[in-house]
Write a protein that binds this ligand. Structure first.
Ligand code: TRP
Length: 451
């Protein structure tokens, strides 16, 4: 049994990773995967990408770039399971099983969907204008990603916390409906790394593609330099003291520097280092931190067949977990092979027959009786009174002989007859379906076992 913590996260493949993605998600995830207690599952959420993007070239490009970025950044695929969501057919299959237990009301409350509806309403559109079932069901697909591998911890941004909560909700519901006391799914927890840098972009707002203020990660040294030159600074001239704590250029520097390097840079700024020179320092730092990875990145991008192999191998590892687990889940909901089913029924019978017991006892008046108890100890039948112990014994033998049982319903109970004589009665059950289940249990218990 593994005691390692399973950490799982997905990266939607719609863009090219920038410096903010690297510091905020990629670098911490790669570091976390090196912990010997971590069992990391990282994947390209390319099915999720289809929800936001209908440009096949962009999807394909982004998958390649993101895969290369993680590998170039030092992800060790022998340690972690790194795969494309779309290579795991068990995921859409599980999505459907979960869709069938997910409450529509729960999904109505998803932030992303609600925001789209609100926007439509504001602009006087039909509330559902432009909203696909993909967007609506997004959290169910994400729940399948997480539950498929029984992740304990799910590192995500704050905007995704609700989705992890929904995964718990849906997983719990499935456990409850089909688990029969067994917890199929582990309850995942969102992991929000407080200490991880949210990098400011060129203009000081959070670095984000949607603000168009990003610094490219591995494209080229020149592009990185050009972006850095566009970092907005105040108008203090060279020689004037700068305020590091109000400079996002300094924040960017700090995110990649050792504490000693950051201290030195801070005092230089306080002593009046010019912004042009400061930008130079930032470029030097980033280039020395990321230059090697950038080279690896370009080597990888140029060998897509190697990347394909690596991801296929990752898919194999992931499916070694997913395939047997999904089989168990299919079994649980009733999607079973007809052949397997008779086998299951036969073993159930065997077990029930083995475990069902006749318990004989004597009444105060000296008469002989017996009870038939099911495997779980439930009383299925209480015999009538027999004057002779031998007769009581013969009745139990006859009941187990395999001859057709004469069972007669009596309100919420039943009685069992042999040769025109009532030999025993059941207790009264809560309702007729409980009674019918007990009759079925009785038949199973009394069917002779063929070894
Ligand atoms: N929805 C996540 C995002 O946009 C990506 C994602 C898909 C994910 N499936 C996941 C993250 C499972 C964590 C776990 O950031």
């Amino acid at each position: 049994m593994t005691t390692r913590t399973r950490i799982l996260t997905g990266i939607t493949t719609t863009g090219t990773p920038h410096l903010g993605n690297y510091a905020g998600a990629i670098r911490p995830a790669i570091l976390a995967s090196r912990d010997s207690n971590a069992d990391s599952f990282y994947f390209l959420a390319d099915y999720h990408a289809l929800i936001k993007c209908d440009d096949p070239l962009r999807i394909q490009r982004s998958r390649l770039e993101i895969a290369a970025t993680w590998l170039a950044g030092g992800l060790d695929v022998d340690r972690v399971t790194f795969y494309r969501q779309s290579d795991i057919p068990e995921i859409p299959e599980l999505t459907w099983l979960l869709t069938c237990v997910a409450a529509k009301g729960l999904l109505n409350r998803a932030h992303a969907y609600k925001a789209s509806v609100d926007k439509n309403v504001e602009t006087g559109e039909d509330p559902d204008a432009g909203i696909t079932m993909g967007l609506y069901s997004y959290p169910v697909l994400m729940a399948a990603d997480i539950l498929m591998f029984n992740a304990h911890k799910v590192p995500v941004g704050r905007d995704q916390i609700q989705h992890v909560e929904m995964a718990r909700d849906i997983g719990q519901r499935f456990n409850h409906l089909f688990g029969k006391g067994k917890e199929f799914f582990t309850m995942p927890e969102a992991l929000i790394e407080e200490s991880v840098a949210t990098l400011p972009g060129l203009d000081g707002r959070k670095m984000s593609k949607s603000y168009d203020n990003t610094i490219p990660l591995f494209s080229s040294a020149k592009e990185m330099k050009d972006a850095i030159s566009r970092i907005v600074t105040d108008s203090r001239a060279p020689g004037e003291a700068k305020d590091p704590d109000n400079s996002h250029l300094f924040t960017l520097f700090q995110a990649f520097a050792t504490p000693a390097q950051a201290d030195e840079f801070r005092s230089e700024l306080l002593q009046g280092l010019g912004w042009g020179e400061a930008k130079n320092r930032l470029f030097q730092l980033l280039d020395s931190e990321l230059g090697e990875s950038r080279e690896r990145y370009h080597q990888l991008i140029e060998r897509p067949a190697d990347l394909e192999d690596i991801l296929q191998h990752g898919a194999q590892k992931a499916r070694a977990v997913a395939t047997p687990f999904l089989n168990e889940l299919r079994e649980a909901v009733g999607l079973r092979s007809f052949v397997a089913q008779t086998q299951v029924a036969a073993t159930t019978k065997k077990k029930a027959a083995k475990a069902a017991r006749f318990v004989s006892f004597r009444e105060d008046d000296g008469s002989f009786r017996f009870r038939l108890l099911a495997a779980d100890g439930e009383q299925l039948l209480l015999s009538r009174n027999f004057a002779d112990g031998k007769i009581a014994g013969q009745v139990t033998k006859q009941l187990q002989s395999g001859q057709a049982l004469d069972v007669r319903n009596q309100d919420l109970g039943f009685s069992v007859w042999l040769e025109g004589q009532c030999v025993g009665d059941s207790p009264a059950f809560a309702d007729s379906s409980a009674r019918d289940a007990a009759i079925e249990a009785l038949r199973i218990a009394l069917t002779p076992v063929q070894e």
